[in-house]
Structures are given as structure tokens and as C-alpha cells.
Design a protein around this ligand. Structure first.
Ligand code: PRX
Length: 566
């Protein structure tokens, strides 16, 4: 029997106070995610239960109990306070998936700080825009990544401290830096956890839009109510499960479902500090007897590519429930996983802004391969026409819209309330995605309604790529689009017009690709560069990415009446 039981019954008459009660949180109770993910589990007598089975890229394994989580997060909370970091100040974490990433995430929340996770492969420019916008007070990082921070720290005058996680007593710290190891530090048995309210800010996740700099979606501590219940009902986690979320906490899946959801339920989870490798992944499932697996379509397509034979070499019989997020999950991937693992992947749909799953295929409910499923209890979802009115016709595509008010909804974009406001129309939150709804209420994803590129489940802003390209001495102007890709859904393709005096060449192409990889990240790096004499623009001078994208996909080009150089 699944945790959710009957979806229809749960949807009817649902109230979010249900999750609050399950967590034992009263209206007047101080609320802190850090407490609910560690201390509360210990108070329930589960302090000795394994919270994290960590595996490094060399295959080394370390295990941490909920009591370890409690103490090591206390150590970080105490350390930050001792540096004068106050509640609501932004502490960024910039680490690979080392255990201290997880301890410090909870520690920052425990002292009332706002935790802002960063992807470890970010280059200097990606780092600087986020650290500047978020007005970082502190950064927690690892020796391997400190060089990137050292190169930009002079441009961050408000930065008080850089904490470097290391056991090496000979590590040479520079100005503003402190080296630290939660495991070696004196154990802080008791820490006065910041007594937050439902609306106290918790996590700041940067996400990319079509225009402007990355936007910091701000969440609050009461997001835990949605993260807890969606983990329980969509991922179906039960006390004896061994759960694996493949996402990096640099992205929202890695925090909502790689930290808060599972640990608020007191579940044991596996963390793998390395990227995709088919043998390694199957071996991890076999070795740790993983039961519930949350991954993404790109990874599933890579596994499909490796075929069925390799699956037979491993004992994957521990698996009992599979879920996916981040991109459209093709019907073939669902059918394939059913055949090969004996289990279908269940699609879940949500965004950084929604903080938790909002549409999903539930365990126990019929999975319709290719469909995202139905709205979570407490979520009112529909599709709207271009005037933001509900389309009351089954099968017609429109904008996916949600009625505001669920607990994990973002509360603002940091420093950018105007963009936040622009996301709400006629009393709906507009997701920026398009879908249709069938006669049984299942949602079918159609595509994004903007120019944002979704590569392997990660959003890349064409604006960020184009801005970075302009800093290259050879580039006069450019346009970045998502080019369809059989594995990664899309990859970044750029059209570049060169300044006079520069000639196109293979070397220049490689140089530009690397330029973006270093400045932004490997994900933002163009996989293809097409050199052009000029770019199609509207009369007002805006580059028509729409036209380039349609040409690339062989789709109808549409209305060109505003085109300047036709
Ligand atoms: O376009 C949708 C796509 O990913 C976007 C959200 O990306 P991000 O904020 O980075 O969060 C990713 C993890 C939740 C959405 O606007 N997306 C997410 N899930 C799905 C999806 N597209 C199709 N099907 C999904 N299940």
C-alpha cells in the first residue's frame, strides 16, 4: 500500500494543516527546517539511525547518523554566529557533494541565516553575479574551489568570512578565510536554534530567466510542509527505505528532495559525490540496496543508451519506486524502465519557484507514459489562454498556472520584486510552461513559453550566455538558443557575428566554447557555434531568437512583420 493511498480521496477536502500536524508543528511553534531535519528525528529516538550513506568518487564510504547531523550542523551554526553572522544574512555554499555541504546547509538554517547553494562547476562570472546580487556575508567552500573565490573576493566588499572545509592543519588561509572541519571541531551538543516563523526566509536558489541576471527565488521555513508531504506521497518514502536523489544541491531538487524532504521524514539517504557513470550508478544501487530512486530524463536516456545487457550484471532487486524530474519524461523512457527494471519512472513536475512537486504521477495511480500526472492535493492547477483565462477545453494547450498559496511557493525574487509581480496574472501564478489537460485530468507537457534553454534538466539563460560572449574580444553580437538533442533534451547553440579583423576558424570556435565554460559553467558552454555575418533583429533591435530556433528545428517561422533586415 502506498503512503498516499487513494489520490482522489486525498485531493478532496485537503488542507495543508495536515502536514503541519504530522510534523507536530503548532501555529505558535517556532519553525526551523534545521530542527525538523535533525533534532526532531533524534527526539523521536532515532538519533542512531543512519541519515546519510556518503560515497566519494573513489568509492570510499562514510556513514552519518541523525545525531551526527544534529551535532555537525550545530557546529556550523555556532561557527557562523561566532563570526558575527546574523539571522537573514546570506551564507552561500559552494562545494562538491561532500558531507559538510549537508551539515552546513542545516547549520545555516539553524542560526537563522538564509542558505544560498551554488553549483560547484560555476565559473567566476556565474559566481560573482549570484554572490553580488545576494550580498553574501559568508561563503562555505572546499580547497579545490577556493581559487575561484579568491579571484573575485575583492569585488565583494560585504563578504565577512570564507570558510574552507578541510582536515588539513597546514592549509594556508588568506585574508577573511578560516579553515574548518565539523568532524574535528569541538562538538556543540546544544545550540539555541533560531525560532523562525512560517514566513522566516530559509533558502535562496538562483534560477535563470530569458532576460536579465539570474533571479534568486526566496523560500521560507514553512516550505517544509510541502516538501515533507510531497516526499511522503509522491516519492512514497517509508521508514525502512534507502533513498537516492541523484541531483546536486546546487539545484532545487538537491535541496528540497536531497535534504529537506527525506530528512524531515527521518529517512536514510545515499549521496554520491560524482557524476553520471552507468556502472557506478548500478553498483551504487546494488551495494547500498537502494529502494527509492529520484532522477532525471537525461540520466534515464543515458541508461537506455547503455542498454539492457549491463542491467543484468547487477542485482537491482532492492528498487521499488522510481521518480523523475526536470524535463519532459518521454513515454519510451517509462515503457523502457518498466521492461528493464520492472518499474515505471513516475514523472514529477515542479520548478525552483514552486519549491516542491506540484504535478505528479502517484504510486498506486495509473501511470500514463508521457504525461506529468495530476496536481498534488492542495494544488489548484490549470492551463490559461493568452489573456490569462482558463481554457476549459480538454486537449488544448495553454500556460500552466497555479493558484497561489501553497506553503513552498517562493515569496519573492531577491532584489527583484517587479519580476516577481509579473509572474502573477488574474490571481494565478504563471509557470512559464505550456501543457494540455486530458479528459481525465492528466497534464501533458508541451514546452516552455520562453527562450530559456533546458539542458539535461538545468536551465540556462540565453541572456547570460550572450552577455558573457560579448566580453570575448572577437564577438560583435550573438544569439543563444536551445538546439534539440537526443540525450540532453537541448544543448546550447550560439550564432556569432565576429568583429571586423577576426576570421572564423576551428581554433576560434574552441576558444569561445572554453571561454564560456570557464566564465559560466560546463552546462552553459555552447556545443555548437555558427558564425554568421549578422543576426535577424526586430525593428526595435531585439535579436529574434524565435526565428533562429524555428530555423534550427525546421519549424514554421511564423510572423516576421517586425523583422528589420529581412
Ligand atoms: O520547464 C519546466 C522544466 O524545468 C523547469 C523548472 O526548472 P528548475 O526551476 O531548474 O527546477 C527543476 C527541478 C524542479 C520547468 O519550468 N521541468 C521540470 N519538471 C518537468 C519539466 N518539464 C517537463 N516535465 C517535467 N516533469
Amino acid at each position: 500500500m502506498s503512503n498516499i493511498g487513494s489520490y482522489e480521496e486525498k485531493y478532496k477536502g485537503f488542507d495543508w494543516s495536515f502536514a503541519r500536524k504530522e510534523l507536530g508543528c503548532k501555529d505558535s511553534t517556532p519553525l526551523n527546517i534545521g530542527f525538523y531535519c535533525s533534532d526532531r528525528i533524534c527526539q523521536q529516538g532515532k538519533g542512531g539511525k543512519i541519515a546519510m550513506i556518503w560515497e566519494g568518487y573513489k568509492g570510499e564510504v562514510e556513514k552519518f547518523t541523525f545525531d551526527d547531523l544534529r551535532i555537525y550542523s550545530n557546529n556550523y551554526a555556532h561557527l557562523l554566529k561566532s563570526f558575527g553572522i546574523k539571522e537573514r544574512e546570506r551564507v552561500f555554499i559552494f562545494m562538491e557533494r561532500v558531507p559538510d555541504l549537508y551539515f552546513s546547509f542545516l547549520g545555516i538554517l539553524k542560526m537563522g541565516g538564509i542558505v544560498a547553494p551554488l553549483f560547484s562547476a560555476f565559473g567566476e562570472e556565474s559566481l560573482l553575479t549570484r554572490l553580488e546580487d545576494g550580498n553574501a556575508s559568508a561563503i562555505i567552500t572546499i580547497p579545490k574551489l577556493i581559487k575561484k573565490i579568491r579571484r573575485i573576493k575583492d569585488q565583494l566588499p560585504q563578504l565577512k568570512k570564507i570558510i574552507i572545509v578541510t582536515d588539513d592543519e597546514n592549509f594556508k588561509s588568506e585574508e577573511k578565510e578560516t579553515s574548518f572541519s565539523a568532524k574535528k571541531a569541538k562538538r556543540v551538543e546544544k545550540f539555541d536554534i533560531f525560532p523562525g516563523t512560517f514566513e522566516t526566509p530559509s533558502v535562496l536558489h538562483y534560477t535563470s530567466g530569458t532576460t536579465g541576471k539570474p533571479k534568486g527565488a526566496l523560500h521560507v521555513h514553512s516550505s517544509i510542509f510541502a516538501q515533507y508531504l510531497t516526499t511522503k506521497w509522491c516519492l512514497d518514502l517509508k521508514p525502512d527505505d534507502i533513498y537516492w536523489c541523484t541531483a546536486d544541491p546546487g539545484w532545487v531538487t538537491g535541496t528540497s528532495y536531497g535534504i529537506i524532504g527525506p530528512w524531515s521524514l527521518g529517512i536514510t539517504q545515499v549521496v554520491l559525490d560524482s557524476g553520471f557513470q552507468v556502472g557506478k550508478w548500478y553498483n551504487l544501487i546494488q551495494k547500498h540496496r537502494i529502494t527509492v530512486w529520484y532522477s532525471a530524463p537525461t540520466a534515464i536516456r543515458l541508461l537506455m543508451k547503455e542498454g539492457e545487457e549491463i542491467v543484468k550484471k547487477y542485482d537491482l532487486s532492492s528498487l521499488r519506486h522510481l521518480c523523475s524530474v526536470g524535463e519532459p519524461l518521454n513515454a519510451e523512457a517509462v515503457t523502457w524502465s518498466k521492461k528493464v527494471y520492472g518499474l515505471p519512472f513516475h514523472d514529477t513536475y515542479w520548478q525552483t519557484e514552486t519549491g516542491a512537486i506540484v504535478i505528479s504521477n502517484y504510486p498506486g495511480m495509473e501511470v500514463r507514459p508521457g504525461s506529468m500526472g495530476k496536481p498534488f492535493p492542495g494544488i489548484v492547477a490549470t492551463v490559461l489562454d493568452s489573456s490569462y483565462n482558463p481554457i476549459n477545453k480538454t486537449g488544448s494547450a495553454g500556460l500552466i498556472a497555479l493558484k497561489p498559496g501553497w506553503p513552498s511557493m517562493f515569496r519573492n525574487y531577491w532584489n527583484n520584486p517587479a519580476t516577481y509581480d509579473s509572474k502573477f496574472k488574474n490571481g494565478w501564478y504563471i509557470t512559464g510552461d505550456r501543457a494540455s489537460i486530458d479528459k481525465n485530468g492528466y497534464f501533458w507537457f508541451v514546452g516552455r513559453d520562453d527562450d530559456v534553454i533546458n539542458t539535461a534538466g538545468h536551465l540556462v539563460s540565453p541572456f547570460e550566455v550572450e552577455s558573457a560572449l560579448l566580453e570575448h574580444p572577437a564577438v560583435a553580437e550573438s544569439a543563444a538558443i536551445g538546439k534539440p538533442d537526443p540525450i540532453n533534451l537541448e544543448v546550447v547553440k550560439v550564432f556569432v557575428a565576429l568583429k571586423s579583423g577576426f576570421e572564423k576558424s576551428d581554433d576560434l570556435e574552441l576558444e569561445i566554447m572554453n571561454f564560456i565554460r570557464k566564465r559560466l559553467s560546463p552546462l552553459a558552454m555552447p556545443q555548437e557555434i555558427e558564425f554568421v555575418d549578422s543576426l535577424p533583429k526586430t525593428r526595435s533591435g531585439k535579436i529574434m531568437r524565435r526565428l533562429l530556433r524555428a530555423q534550427e528545428r525546421g519549424e514554421p517561422i511564423g510572423d516576421l512583420s517586425t523583422l528589420e533586415n529581412d
